[in-house]
Structure formats: structure tokens, C-alpha cells
Write a protein of this length. Structure first.
Length: 287
């Protein structure tokens, strides 16, 4: 389904980079990459189109079945806090919160009834008081499984930060009650040096104020000498807005947030209808 375009929609042969959100977008609700979607991504890579996951996840939570696709080289992590070159195993761009500032933010989070953890050094770090009681925060079973797989349980986050002194890519929060989440969204959103977004119905994600997937995508484009006109981006959530707005072709999933759809050039099918594959096939010449 098409919508009124906010900018010129590009000819099929002009797409040179495709940034793809994962959860709710490229992956099905069961967190599966369908064979057809995988095949479409492989065709893009074979034709020299850069395809990169652009996710709120940390490096340790990216499925191997994505990163091991032949030609898959770059990935945007933690809502744009880090861009990695998978071939060189190196960071090509970083936009994090300092560990000192994170300590002060964690102090502030204690006023809320919330689960919180941090992403740093390419992995998630979670206090055992949260890790062992995920049900308390109404976290869906498949998200609980992802948390247990991708988080390192520790006793005290503040002590870990003071010992390791490493920048923090993202702070993640889960709420059992929507009223608590909305209150935190309002209050934390007023802090000038923070960017507060969400990717799930019961979470908030905190990054540095200039950090977002669109910023990371544009920095990678500068490195690869690919202008925004030659970029395509697909997403479904609040944390995908800047990426959708900045890409030459911004695609929203039919299951996406209303605000995202209003900022998109094109609306495709849902993540369970292989909407990403359909959008790529529409805009890219893969014959």
C-alpha cells in the first residue's frame, strides 16, 4: 500500500544501501528469517547492494543466521550507538554515553518500578535482581529468552561500570505498568543530553542525545561514499523514525507505529507477511 510521498521515490537501480530493523520488521513474530526473505537479501548482496541490520540489539544478540549470510559486512547496533565491520571485527563509528554519566542516570532510574540493564562492550549487562525475576515486569516469553541469552548477569551495575570504565551504548528498561512507562518517558525525555525511544510496547531505550539509527546510517554512508538518495531503510518502531526520515526511500511496516507510517515514503506488508522482501523487490531490480 502506497502513501503520499514526502520526497522523490527512487528508480529501482539506484538503491545501493538497505538498512533493516530486525524485530517487528525483518524477522517474523517468532524471530525467524524466512527462506524467501533470506534469499532476497542474498540477491541484494550478490549485486553489490550493502545490506545491514539496524537494530536496538547489542552485538551478542544478533543471530548468526544473519551475520553469516555471504556478503553481510556491516551492522548498526544499540539504536545507532555503534556501527561494526563484521569482516574486520572493528567499530567504524561510535556514539555512546560516558560511563560517568551513566552512573547518574542509573541513580535516577531507581525512582521507577522498572527493570533496567545496559549495553556495553558489545554485550548486555543485567543485575541479578532483575535477571532472576523477569516475570515481575510482564516481559513476553520470547523476549525473556533473548534477555537470558544476551545479558551477562552481575551483582551491581554501578560497581561494574566503575571498575571497567567503558562507554555505554544503550540503557534498556521494561515496565510492568503502562502508566509507569509513560511517566518515565515524559520525565526522562526532558533531559537534554538523552534520547529516549521505544521498540516494544512495554520498554524504553535511552541513548546519547545525538544517537539514532539514522545518524549511524548516514555516517556509514559517508565512509562508503553512498549519499542518502541511494539509501533505503525499513522499520516498524519509534526507534526507526530518524532512519526512515533520512533514507532516500523510507519504508514502514504495516504493523508499524502510526508516527512511523506518517514519516514513510511507502508502507509494505507486515513482518509476518515478508514485508521487507516485498519492499526490496518493489524498489530494487533483482532479476
Amino acid at each position: 500500500m502506497k502513501r503520499k510521498k514526502k520526497k522523490r521515490v527512487m528508480k529501482k537501480h539506484e538503491i545501493r544501501l538497505i538498512a533493516l530493523d530486525l524485530d517487528g520488521t525483518t524477522l517474523t513474530s517468532d524471530k525467524i528469517l524466512t527462506p524467501h526473505t533470506k534469499g532476497v537479501l542474498e540477491k541484494c548482496l550478490e549485486r553489490g547492494i550493502i545490506v545491514l541490520p539496524a537494530t536496538g540489539r547489542a552485538r551478542s544478540a544478533i543471530p548468526d543466521y544473519l551475520t553469516e549470510i555471504k556478503g553481510m559486512r556491516y551492522v548498526i547496533l544499540s539504536n545507532g550507538a555503534c556501527v561494526m565491520d563484521l569482516v574486520e571485527d572493528s567499530v567504524v563509528y561510535e556514539n555512546c554515553i560516558s560511563w560517568e554519566r551513566t552512573l547518574k542516570i542509573l541513580d535516577r532510574l531507581e525512582k521507577y518500578d522498572t527493570f533496567y540493564d545496559i549495553y556495553s562492550n558489545g554485550a548486555g549487562w543485567c543485575e541479578r535482581r532483575f535477571y532472576d525475576h523477569l516475570d515481575k515486569f510482564n516481559i513476553e516469553p520470547h523476549i525473556q529468552e533473548l534477555i537470558r541469552m544476551a545479558r551477562n548477569p552481575i551483582n551491581n551495575l554501578k560497581e561494574w561500570l566503575m571498575e571497567n570504565k567503558t562507554p555505554v551504548e544503550k540503557i534498556n528498561m521494561f515496565f510492568a505498568r503502562e502508566e509507569d512507562r509513560q511517566k518515565a518517558f515524559r520525565e526522562l525525555g526532558e533531559i537534554e543530553d538523552l534520547a529516549v525511544t521505544c521498540s516494544l510496547t512495554n520498554n524504553l531505550e535511552i541513548n546519547y542525545c545525538t544517537c539514532n539509527k539514522g545518524d549511524a546510517m548516514m555516517h556509514l554512508g559517508e565512509i562508503l561514499e553512498i549519499p542518502f538518495e541511494n539509501m533505503m531503510a525499513c522499520g516498524d518502531g519509534n526507534n526507526d523514525i530518524e532512519m526512515i526520515k533520512r533514507a532516500g526511500v523510507g519504508v514502514a511496516m504495516r504493523n508499524g507505529e502510526k508516527i512511523l507510517k506518517r514519516n514513510a515514503d511507502y508502507i509494505t506488508g507486515t513482518n509476518d507477511e515478508e514485508g521487507v522482501a516485498r519492499a526490496i523487490e518493489h524498489f530494487c531490480d533483482l532479476k
